[in-house]
Design a binder for this molecule. Sequence first.
Ligand SMILES: Nc1ncnc2c1ncn2[C@@H]1O[C@H](COP(=O)(O)OP(=O)(O)OP(=O)(O)O)[C@@H](O)[C@H]1O
Length: 332
Amino acid sequence: MQTPAINVQNLSKNYGPVQAVDDVTFQVAPGELVGFLGPNGAGKSTCMRILTTWLPASSGYAWLNGYDVMYQSMEVRKNIGYLPESVPVYGEMRVREYLAYRAKLKGVERHGRSARIDHCMAKCRVKEVQNRLLNTLSKGYRQRVGLADTLLADPPILILDEPTSGLDPVQIGETLATIKELGGQHTILFSTHVLPEVEKVYDRVIIIDKGRIKFDETKKAIDSREASYLLEVRGPVEETTKFMREQPELASVESTTIGSDLAAFEVRTRDHKDHREALAARVVTKGWGLGRLEIRKPSLEAIFDDVVRQRYQAETAPVAPPAAEPDKTPAA
Ligand SMILES: Nc1ncnc2c1ncn2[C@@H]1O[C@H](COP(=O)(O)OP(=O)(O)OP(=O)(O)O)[C@@H](O)[C@H]1O
């Protein structure tokens, strides 16, 4: 079997009482472009900092290109380009000067160093600002200089923590286009909050929440998920629910009561065909109102919503009141 580019086994990290990463296991194959998603505080940065050797794990293991992050940190660092969440650049340096300094630090051979810097600046579209002081650049440009920095030594693995954070929509699009382009030549693990954009570039997505992996699927598997249909029917809830469950075309019906005479139904059809028109006609014939009728494609956003909402619902579910103390008052 091919050695995974990233191999994480039962990794955990706690900051005192805070369990930031909790028994995380996953592998990334060479050349894969993986979106690492999760809400704020999910544990993405902590995971990435462990993988890049900047933070020791509390327990568990991780290997990058076969090198152990704990015991072979120098080899790991040679194999990765890491873009931290806030790019630490030296404001008083000019872009080219900064990249030359970083390239030297990373051991890029003197012969060919200048050409390599040119190549990385072109890839990340920062050539036009190469003579500008870093502290005069916009956040978007600074982020791209950070990205160019990660490419200098041509590492096989790129770990990018929120490469699009703080950028405007145009800059986000450009940065993601660069990441996609790099995807063919490098293994990439990148974290983000911006779901609709990620949808355009990833090969696989891992969702982490409260330090645990909650979802891990390839784009191919997500795209082949079946669409569902969402209907909102106004009418006596018991009757409308019974009616939906009796429809012969439907393989599954999930209902949610919204009000005393309003229910939402998420349904899947047996033959995977779109029967919306027939269903709508039957609902209307019954004299009920149809407030909503839409197709729900298996989007990353919907999946993320489901994963995070499940957690939210579990957290906000009403807690059963404690059982009443048995009445200890002596009988009169
Ligand atoms: N140095 C630290 N000391 C104590 N707690 C920390 C530290 N760094 C992170 N945490 C906590 O660990 C948890 C995971 O944080 P982490 O930054 O890894 O999440 P994240 O998914 O990257 O979040 P965000 O998207 O907001 O950057 C959070 O509860 C956070 O408050």
